[in-house]
Write a protein that binds this ligand. Sequence first.
Ligand SMILES: [Zn+2]
Length: 457
Amino acid sequence: MTTLLIHNGWVLPCDGDMRQAHRPGYVFVRGERIEAVERGSPPDGLFAQADEVIDAAGKAVLPGLINAHTHLFQCFLRGLADDRPLLQWLAEATWPGGLAMTEHDFHLAALLGFVENLKCGATSVLDQDYVQTSPRNMDAVAEAAQRSGARVLLARGVGDREPYFAKFLEPAEVIMAETGRLIRRWNTGPTSRVRVEFGPMIPWGCRVETLQEIRRLANEWDVGVHIHVSESRDEVRMSLDEFGLSPVRWLDQIGALDDRWQLVHCVWLTPEEMDIVAGRGSLIVHCPVSNMYLASGIAPVGEWRRRGIPVALATDGPGSNNSQDMMEVLKTTACLQKVGSMDAQALLPGDVLEMALAGGARAMRLDGQIGRLAPGALADIVLVNLARPHIAPVHSAASALVYNANGNDVDTVIVGGEVLVRDGKLTRIDEAQLVAECQSAAEGIIARAGIRIAAGV
Ligand SMILES: [Zn+2]
Protein backbone atom coordinates (compact mmCIF):
# COMPACT_ATOMS: atom_id res chain seq x y z
CA MET A 1 0.00 0.00 0.00
CA THR A 2 1.26 3.47 -0.86
CA THR A 3 2.28 5.67 2.08
CA LEU A 4 2.30 9.44 2.32
CA LEU A 5 3.72 11.75 4.98
CA ILE A 6 2.61 15.39 5.28
CA HIS A 7 4.69 17.32 7.81
CA ASN A 8 5.79 20.77 8.94
CA GLY A 9 2.31 22.25 8.43
CA TRP A 10 -0.40 23.85 10.50
CA VAL A 11 -2.52 20.69 11.06
CA LEU A 12 -6.23 21.15 11.91
CA PRO A 13 -7.70 17.73 12.81
CA CYS A 14 -11.27 19.25 13.00
CA ASP A 15 -12.18 16.30 15.19
CA GLY A 16 -14.25 17.68 18.07
CA ASP A 17 -12.56 21.03 18.78
CA MET A 18 -12.66 22.83 15.44
CA ARG A 19 -10.17 25.52 16.50
CA GLN A 20 -7.44 23.10 17.55
CA ALA A 21 -4.29 23.32 15.41
CA HIS A 22 -0.99 21.45 15.71
CA ARG A 23 1.87 23.74 14.69
CA PRO A 24 3.81 21.97 13.49
CA GLY A 25 1.98 18.73 13.08
CA TYR A 26 2.04 15.76 10.73
CA VAL A 27 -0.30 13.29 9.06
CA PHE A 28 0.72 9.80 7.94
CA VAL A 29 -1.42 8.02 5.34
CA ARG A 30 -1.35 4.34 4.41
CA GLY A 31 -3.42 3.30 1.39
CA GLU A 32 -6.77 5.11 1.42
CA ARG A 33 -6.80 5.83 5.17
CA ILE A 34 -5.09 8.03 7.73
CA GLU A 35 -2.82 6.12 10.11
CA ALA A 36 -1.55 8.93 12.39
CA VAL A 37 -2.22 12.59 13.15
CA GLU A 38 0.17 14.12 15.66
CA ARG A 39 1.58 17.35 17.00
CA GLY A 40 5.31 18.04 16.43
CA SER A 41 7.78 16.57 13.92
CA PRO A 42 7.47 13.01 12.67
CA PRO A 43 9.93 10.39 13.96
CA ASP A 44 12.72 9.49 11.50
CA GLY A 45 11.16 6.07 10.98
CA LEU A 46 8.12 7.62 9.27
CA PHE A 47 10.28 9.47 6.73
CA ALA A 48 11.93 6.16 5.90
CA GLN A 49 8.55 4.42 5.48
CA ALA A 50 6.90 7.11 3.32
CA ASP A 51 6.69 6.65 -0.45
CA GLU A 52 5.99 10.39 -0.78
CA VAL A 53 6.79 13.23 1.63
CA ILE A 54 5.00 16.58 1.38
CA ASP A 55 6.54 19.56 3.18
CA ALA A 56 3.56 21.69 4.26
CA ALA A 57 5.55 24.68 5.58
CA GLY A 58 3.30 27.76 5.65
CA LYS A 59 0.23 25.68 4.78
CA ALA A 60 -2.88 24.60 6.66
CA VAL A 61 -3.53 20.84 6.52
CA LEU A 62 -7.21 20.11 7.01
CA PRO A 63 -9.90 17.60 6.04
CA GLY A 64 -11.23 18.06 2.50
CA LEU A 65 -14.30 20.29 2.42
CA ILE A 66 -17.65 18.72 1.55
CA ASN A 67 -19.92 20.41 -0.99
CA ALA A 68 -23.28 18.92 -0.01
CA HIS A 69 -25.44 20.23 -2.86
CA THR A 70 -24.85 21.16 -6.47
CA HIS A 71 -26.09 20.55 -10.04
CA LEU A 72 -22.95 20.32 -12.13
CA PHE A 73 -24.62 20.27 -15.54
CA GLN A 74 -25.22 23.98 -14.87
CA CYS A 75 -21.47 24.59 -15.32
CA PHE A 76 -22.35 25.11 -18.98
CA LEU A 77 -25.18 27.53 -18.15
CA ARG A 78 -23.56 29.77 -15.56
CA GLY A 79 -23.86 33.47 -16.21
CA LEU A 80 -26.71 32.97 -18.67
CA ALA A 81 -29.60 34.06 -16.46
CA ASP A 82 -28.12 36.32 -13.83
CA ASP A 83 -30.38 38.63 -11.84
CA ARG A 84 -33.67 36.69 -11.94
CA PRO A 85 -35.70 35.06 -9.13
CA LEU A 86 -35.82 31.26 -8.78
CA LEU A 87 -38.89 30.30 -10.82
CA GLN A 88 -38.07 32.65 -13.72
CA TRP A 89 -34.41 31.59 -13.67
CA LEU A 90 -35.48 27.92 -13.96
CA ALA A 91 -37.97 28.46 -16.78
CA GLU A 92 -35.90 30.84 -18.94
CA ALA A 93 -32.43 29.31 -18.91
CA THR A 94 -31.83 26.29 -16.69
CA TRP A 95 -34.58 24.01 -17.96
CA PRO A 96 -34.23 24.80 -21.73
CA GLY A 97 -30.42 24.66 -21.44
CA GLY A 98 -30.55 21.25 -19.77
CA LEU A 99 -32.91 19.97 -22.43
CA ALA A 100 -30.45 20.84 -25.23
CA MET A 101 -27.52 18.94 -23.66
CA THR A 102 -26.26 15.59 -24.95
CA GLU A 103 -24.86 12.74 -22.84
CA HIS A 104 -21.36 13.92 -23.72
CA ASP A 105 -22.24 17.48 -22.66
CA PHE A 106 -23.38 16.16 -19.26
CA HIS A 107 -20.10 14.28 -18.92
CA LEU A 108 -17.97 17.31 -19.80
CA ALA A 109 -19.93 19.78 -17.66
CA ALA A 110 -19.74 17.44 -14.66
CA LEU A 111 -16.01 16.85 -15.18
CA LEU A 112 -15.40 20.61 -15.24
CA GLY A 113 -17.45 20.95 -12.05
CA PHE A 114 -15.69 18.13 -10.20
CA VAL A 115 -12.33 19.60 -11.19
CA GLU A 116 -13.39 23.07 -9.97
CA ASN A 117 -14.61 21.59 -6.69
CA LEU A 118 -11.32 19.76 -6.15
CA LYS A 119 -9.20 22.79 -7.00
CA CYS A 120 -11.21 24.87 -4.52
CA GLY A 121 -10.67 22.35 -1.70
CA ALA A 122 -13.84 20.21 -1.84
CA THR A 123 -12.90 16.52 -1.92
CA SER A 124 -16.53 15.34 -1.66
CA VAL A 125 -19.42 16.54 -3.80
CA LEU A 126 -23.13 15.76 -3.65
CA ASP A 127 -24.49 16.36 -7.17
CA GLN A 128 -28.21 16.28 -7.89
CA ASP A 129 -28.93 15.46 -11.54
CA TYR A 130 -32.36 16.18 -12.85
CA VAL A 131 -32.17 16.07 -16.64
CA GLN A 132 -33.03 12.49 -17.55
CA THR A 133 -33.44 13.06 -21.30
CA SER A 134 -31.40 9.87 -21.78
CA PRO A 135 -30.98 7.01 -19.30
CA ARG A 136 -27.24 7.32 -20.00
CA ASN A 137 -26.97 10.92 -18.66
CA MET A 138 -26.45 9.75 -15.08
CA ASP A 139 -23.84 7.19 -16.09
CA ALA A 140 -22.04 9.91 -18.08
CA VAL A 141 -21.90 12.05 -14.92
CA ALA A 142 -20.80 9.10 -12.77
CA GLU A 143 -18.02 8.33 -15.29
CA ALA A 144 -16.90 11.99 -15.06
CA ALA A 145 -16.80 11.66 -11.26
CA GLN A 146 -14.66 8.56 -11.61
CA ARG A 147 -12.28 10.30 -14.04
CA SER A 148 -11.86 13.27 -11.70
CA GLY A 149 -11.08 11.12 -8.64
CA ALA A 150 -13.42 13.14 -6.36
CA ARG A 151 -15.61 11.40 -3.79
CA VAL A 152 -19.11 11.81 -5.20
CA LEU A 153 -22.68 11.07 -4.17
CA LEU A 154 -25.12 11.48 -7.07
CA ALA A 155 -28.74 12.20 -6.21
CA ARG A 156 -30.81 10.84 -9.08
CA GLY A 157 -33.34 13.60 -9.84
CA VAL A 158 -37.04 12.74 -9.75
CA GLY A 159 -40.03 14.69 -11.08
CA ASP A 160 -43.40 13.17 -12.01
CA ARG A 161 -45.92 15.92 -11.50
CA GLU A 162 -46.61 19.38 -12.92
CA PRO A 163 -46.08 22.29 -12.42
CA TYR A 164 -42.55 20.84 -12.53
CA PHE A 165 -41.14 21.24 -16.07
CA ALA A 166 -43.29 18.95 -18.27
CA LYS A 167 -40.39 17.82 -20.46
CA PHE A 168 -38.48 16.46 -17.44
CA LEU A 169 -41.37 14.35 -16.07
CA GLU A 170 -40.99 10.56 -15.99
CA PRO A 171 -43.34 7.73 -14.95
CA ALA A 172 -42.73 6.50 -11.39
CA GLU A 173 -41.89 2.95 -12.60
CA VAL A 174 -39.06 4.32 -14.78
CA ILE A 175 -37.74 6.42 -11.87
CA MET A 176 -37.60 3.47 -9.48
CA ALA A 177 -36.17 1.04 -12.05
CA GLU A 178 -33.47 3.46 -13.23
CA THR A 179 -32.48 4.51 -9.71
CA GLY A 180 -32.25 0.83 -8.74
CA ARG A 181 -30.07 0.08 -11.77
CA LEU A 182 -27.72 2.99 -10.98
CA ILE A 183 -27.42 1.96 -7.33
CA ARG A 184 -26.58 -1.62 -8.30
CA ARG A 185 -23.98 -0.41 -10.80
CA TRP A 186 -22.26 2.29 -8.74
CA ASN A 187 -22.77 1.54 -5.00
CA THR A 188 -20.23 -1.25 -4.93
CA GLY A 189 -19.18 -0.68 -1.30
CA PRO A 190 -19.89 1.62 1.63
CA THR A 191 -16.91 3.83 0.78
CA SER A 192 -16.82 3.48 -3.01
CA ARG A 193 -15.85 6.84 -4.53
CA VAL A 194 -19.01 7.18 -6.62
CA ARG A 195 -22.42 6.30 -5.16
CA VAL A 196 -26.06 7.05 -6.03
CA GLU A 197 -29.11 7.97 -3.94
CA PHE A 198 -32.65 9.30 -4.56
CA GLY A 199 -33.04 12.99 -5.48
CA PRO A 200 -36.72 14.01 -5.72
CA MET A 201 -36.44 17.60 -6.89
CA ILE A 202 -39.12 19.46 -4.93
CA PRO A 203 -42.27 18.52 -3.03
CA TRP A 204 -44.42 20.26 -5.68
CA GLY A 205 -42.78 18.24 -8.48
CA CYS A 206 -43.54 14.75 -7.13
CA ARG A 207 -46.70 12.72 -6.56
CA VAL A 208 -47.51 11.64 -2.98
CA GLU A 209 -47.27 7.93 -3.83
CA THR A 210 -43.87 8.47 -5.47
CA LEU A 211 -42.42 10.18 -2.39
CA GLN A 212 -43.84 7.44 -0.16
CA GLU A 213 -42.32 4.73 -2.39
CA ILE A 214 -38.97 6.57 -2.37
CA ARG A 215 -38.99 6.57 1.42
CA ARG A 216 -39.71 2.83 1.48
CA LEU A 217 -37.06 1.94 -1.13
CA ALA A 218 -34.43 4.24 0.43
CA ASN A 219 -34.74 2.20 3.62
CA GLU A 220 -34.66 -1.10 1.74
CA TRP A 221 -31.63 -0.09 -0.38
CA ASP A 222 -29.92 1.81 2.47
CA VAL A 223 -29.51 5.09 0.58
CA GLY A 224 -30.34 8.75 1.30
CA VAL A 225 -32.99 11.08 -0.15
CA HIS A 226 -32.04 14.57 -1.33
CA ILE A 227 -34.76 17.23 -1.93
CA HIS A 228 -35.14 21.03 -2.22
CA VAL A 229 -37.58 22.40 0.36
CA SER A 230 -38.95 25.93 0.97
CA GLU A 231 -36.24 27.70 -0.99
CA SER A 232 -38.43 30.68 -1.89
CA ARG A 233 -41.56 32.24 -0.41
CA ASP A 234 -43.40 31.60 -3.70
CA GLU A 235 -42.99 27.86 -3.16
CA VAL A 236 -44.42 28.03 0.36
CA ARG A 237 -47.43 29.94 -1.02
CA MET A 238 -47.93 27.29 -3.73
CA SER A 239 -47.98 24.55 -1.08
CA LEU A 240 -50.38 26.45 1.16
CA ASP A 241 -52.71 27.16 -1.78
CA GLU A 242 -52.79 23.55 -2.98
CA PHE A 243 -52.56 21.50 0.22
CA GLY A 244 -53.30 23.99 2.99
CA LEU A 245 -49.95 22.97 4.52
CA SER A 246 -46.43 24.39 4.31
CA PRO A 247 -43.90 22.06 2.58
CA VAL A 248 -42.30 20.42 5.64
CA ARG A 249 -45.69 19.89 7.32
CA TRP A 250 -46.95 18.34 4.08
CA LEU A 251 -43.91 16.05 3.70
CA ASP A 252 -44.33 14.97 7.31
CA GLN A 253 -48.05 14.38 6.92
CA ILE A 254 -47.51 12.00 4.00
CA GLY A 255 -44.99 10.11 6.15
CA ALA A 256 -41.94 10.97 4.08
CA LEU A 257 -39.39 12.43 6.49
CA ASP A 258 -36.78 10.46 8.41
CA ASP A 259 -33.06 10.59 9.12
CA ARG A 260 -32.16 9.63 5.56
CA TRP A 261 -33.63 12.88 4.20
CA GLN A 262 -31.40 15.79 3.23
CA LEU A 263 -33.49 18.97 2.97
CA VAL A 264 -31.83 21.63 0.81
CA HIS A 265 -32.34 25.37 1.54
CA CYS A 266 -35.25 25.46 4.08
CA VAL A 267 -35.02 29.28 4.02
CA TRP A 268 -38.69 29.73 4.92
CA LEU A 269 -39.42 27.14 7.63
CA THR A 270 -41.75 28.08 10.48
CA PRO A 271 -40.61 27.30 14.06
CA GLU A 272 -43.10 24.40 14.06
CA GLU A 273 -41.52 23.01 10.88
CA MET A 274 -38.04 23.29 12.40
CA ASP A 275 -39.28 21.21 15.35
CA ILE A 276 -40.57 18.58 12.90
CA VAL A 277 -37.21 18.44 11.07
CA ALA A 278 -35.37 18.10 14.40
CA GLY A 279 -37.78 15.39 15.58
CA ARG A 280 -37.42 13.33 12.39
CA GLY A 281 -33.61 13.57 12.44
CA SER A 282 -33.43 15.01 8.91
CA LEU A 283 -30.47 17.15 7.82
CA ILE A 284 -30.53 20.62 6.24
CA VAL A 285 -28.13 21.72 3.51
CA HIS A 286 -27.47 25.48 3.58
CA CYS A 287 -26.45 27.28 0.35
CA PRO A 288 -25.86 30.91 1.37
CA VAL A 289 -24.40 32.24 -1.89
CA SER A 290 -27.28 30.80 -3.92
CA ASN A 291 -29.83 32.18 -1.43
CA MET A 292 -28.30 35.64 -1.89
CA TYR A 293 -27.93 35.27 -5.67
CA LEU A 294 -31.59 34.36 -6.25
CA ALA A 295 -32.79 36.76 -3.53
CA SER A 296 -34.39 33.78 -1.78
CA GLY A 297 -33.78 35.11 1.74
CA ILE A 298 -31.62 34.59 4.82
CA ALA A 299 -32.00 31.08 6.26
CA PRO A 300 -32.41 30.86 10.06
CA VAL A 301 -29.25 28.78 10.58
CA GLY A 302 -28.95 29.71 14.26
CA GLU A 303 -32.49 28.49 14.99
CA TRP A 304 -31.76 25.16 13.25
CA ARG A 305 -28.57 24.66 15.22
CA ARG A 306 -30.25 25.52 18.55
CA ARG A 307 -32.69 22.68 17.86
CA GLY A 308 -29.83 20.25 17.15
CA ILE A 309 -30.62 19.90 13.44
CA PRO A 310 -27.49 18.74 11.57
CA VAL A 311 -26.48 21.34 8.95
CA ALA A 312 -24.19 20.86 5.93
CA LEU A 313 -22.93 23.60 3.58
CA ALA A 314 -22.94 23.82 -0.19
CA THR A 315 -22.43 26.04 -3.20
CA ASP A 316 -25.63 24.95 -5.04
CA GLY A 317 -25.40 24.68 -8.84
CA PRO A 318 -23.07 26.90 -10.87
CA GLY A 319 -26.18 28.52 -12.38
CA SER A 320 -27.04 30.23 -9.10
CA ASN A 321 -23.68 30.95 -7.51
CA ASN A 322 -21.83 31.04 -10.09
CA SER A 323 -18.74 29.28 -8.79
CA GLN A 324 -18.08 26.07 -6.91
CA ASP A 325 -15.71 27.68 -4.41
CA MET A 326 -16.44 26.15 -1.00
CA MET A 327 -13.87 28.45 0.60
CA GLU A 328 -16.07 31.37 -0.44
CA VAL A 329 -19.09 29.57 1.05
CA LEU A 330 -17.34 29.41 4.44
CA LYS A 331 -16.97 33.18 4.65
CA THR A 332 -20.41 33.89 3.22
CA THR A 333 -22.06 31.52 5.71
CA ALA A 334 -20.62 33.44 8.66
CA CYS A 335 -21.17 36.93 7.21
CA LEU A 336 -24.76 36.35 6.08
CA GLN A 337 -25.81 35.13 9.54
CA LYS A 338 -24.11 38.11 11.19
CA VAL A 339 -25.92 40.66 9.04
CA GLY A 340 -29.20 38.72 9.22
CA SER A 341 -29.24 38.68 13.01
CA MET A 342 -27.25 41.90 13.59
CA ASP A 343 -25.08 39.78 15.89
CA ALA A 344 -21.32 39.64 15.18
CA GLN A 345 -21.11 36.35 17.11
CA ALA A 346 -23.97 34.64 15.23
CA LEU A 347 -21.56 32.08 13.72
CA LEU A 348 -17.86 31.68 14.53
CA PRO A 349 -15.17 30.09 12.30
CA GLY A 350 -15.34 26.83 14.29
CA ASP A 351 -19.13 26.64 13.75
CA VAL A 352 -18.71 27.14 10.02
CA LEU A 353 -16.00 24.47 9.73
CA GLU A 354 -18.13 22.08 11.78
CA MET A 355 -21.01 22.45 9.30
CA ALA A 356 -18.74 22.15 6.23
CA LEU A 357 -16.99 19.04 7.60
CA ALA A 358 -19.00 17.04 10.18
CA GLY A 359 -22.34 18.17 8.69
CA GLY A 360 -21.09 17.46 5.18
CA ALA A 361 -19.86 13.99 6.19
CA ARG A 362 -23.34 13.20 7.43
CA ALA A 363 -24.90 14.45 4.18
CA MET A 364 -22.52 12.16 2.25
CA ARG A 365 -23.61 9.34 4.61
CA LEU A 366 -19.95 8.90 5.62
CA ASP A 367 -20.27 10.12 9.20
CA GLY A 368 -16.89 9.90 10.96
CA GLN A 369 -15.17 8.53 7.83
CA ILE A 370 -14.55 11.90 6.19
CA GLY A 371 -14.56 15.51 7.44
CA ARG A 372 -11.89 14.91 10.12
CA LEU A 373 -8.22 14.00 10.31
CA ALA A 374 -8.05 11.01 12.63
CA PRO A 375 -6.54 7.52 12.58
CA GLY A 376 -8.84 5.24 10.61
CA ALA A 377 -10.62 8.03 8.71
CA LEU A 378 -10.43 8.17 4.91
CA ALA A 379 -7.44 10.20 3.72
CA ASP A 380 -9.34 13.12 2.14
CA ILE A 381 -7.01 16.03 2.91
CA VAL A 382 -6.35 19.53 1.55
CA LEU A 383 -3.41 21.86 1.99
CA VAL A 384 -4.15 25.59 1.84
CA ASN A 385 -1.32 28.07 1.40
CA LEU A 386 -1.53 30.61 4.25
CA ALA A 387 1.77 32.33 3.44
CA ARG A 388 0.18 34.84 1.09
CA PRO A 389 -0.24 38.62 1.29
CA HIS A 390 -4.04 38.49 1.69
CA ILE A 391 -3.78 35.97 4.56
CA ALA A 392 -0.58 36.67 6.52
CA PRO A 393 -0.02 37.15 9.39
CA VAL A 394 -1.94 34.19 10.79
CA HIS A 395 -3.01 34.28 14.44
CA SER A 396 -5.71 31.60 14.17
CA ALA A 397 -5.62 29.09 11.32
CA ALA A 398 -9.40 28.51 11.58
CA SER A 399 -10.10 32.25 11.25
CA ALA A 400 -7.63 32.62 8.35
CA LEU A 401 -9.28 29.73 6.49
CA VAL A 402 -12.82 31.06 6.92
CA TYR A 403 -12.26 34.80 6.50
CA ASN A 404 -9.11 35.20 4.36
CA ALA A 405 -8.46 32.21 2.14
CA ASN A 406 -10.22 31.52 -1.16
CA GLY A 407 -10.24 28.61 -3.60
CA ASN A 408 -7.11 29.87 -5.37
CA ASP A 409 -5.10 29.31 -2.19
CA VAL A 410 -5.69 25.54 -2.30
CA ASP A 411 -2.33 23.95 -3.05
CA THR A 412 -2.70 20.18 -2.65
CA VAL A 413 -5.78 17.94 -2.70
CA ILE A 414 -5.78 14.29 -1.66
CA VAL A 415 -8.73 11.88 -1.93
CA GLY A 416 -8.49 8.38 -0.49
CA GLY A 417 -4.70 8.79 -0.21
CA GLU A 418 -4.31 9.77 -3.89
CA VAL A 419 -2.87 13.21 -4.72
CA LEU A 420 -5.27 14.75 -7.27
CA VAL A 421 -3.93 18.33 -7.12
CA ARG A 422 -0.24 19.03 -6.49
CA ASP A 423 1.14 22.62 -6.36
CA GLY A 424 -2.24 23.81 -7.64
CA LYS A 425 -2.12 21.55 -10.72
CA LEU A 426 -4.30 18.57 -11.58
CA THR A 427 -2.48 15.25 -11.66
CA ARG A 428 -5.02 13.27 -13.71
CA ILE A 429 -6.46 15.73 -16.23
CA ASP A 430 -5.14 18.25 -18.77
CA GLU A 431 -6.87 21.38 -17.47
CA ALA A 432 -6.33 23.66 -20.50
CA GLN A 433 -7.66 21.04 -22.89
CA LEU A 434 -10.74 20.42 -20.71
CA VAL A 435 -11.56 24.14 -20.47
CA ALA A 436 -11.26 24.57 -24.27
CA GLU A 437 -13.48 21.52 -24.91
CA CYS A 438 -16.09 22.83 -22.45
CA GLN A 439 -16.16 26.31 -24.01
CA SER A 440 -16.92 24.92 -27.44
CA ALA A 441 -19.52 22.41 -26.16
CA ALA A 442 -21.33 25.10 -24.12
CA GLU A 443 -21.56 27.47 -27.11
CA GLY A 444 -23.20 24.67 -29.10
CA ILE A 445 -25.83 24.13 -26.38
CA ILE A 446 -26.76 27.81 -26.19
CA ALA A 447 -27.18 27.96 -29.96
CA ARG A 448 -29.36 24.77 -30.00
CA ALA A 449 -31.47 25.90 -27.02
CA GLY A 450 -32.01 29.39 -28.49
CA ILE A 451 -31.17 31.00 -25.14
CA ARG A 452 -30.81 34.75 -25.37
CA ILE A 453 -27.71 36.10 -23.65
CA ALA A 454 -28.75 38.83 -21.20
CA ALA A 455 -28.32 42.40 -22.49
CA GLY A 456 -25.02 43.99 -21.61
CA VAL A 457 -23.13 40.68 -21.51
ZN1 LIG B 1 -30.31 23.14 -5.96
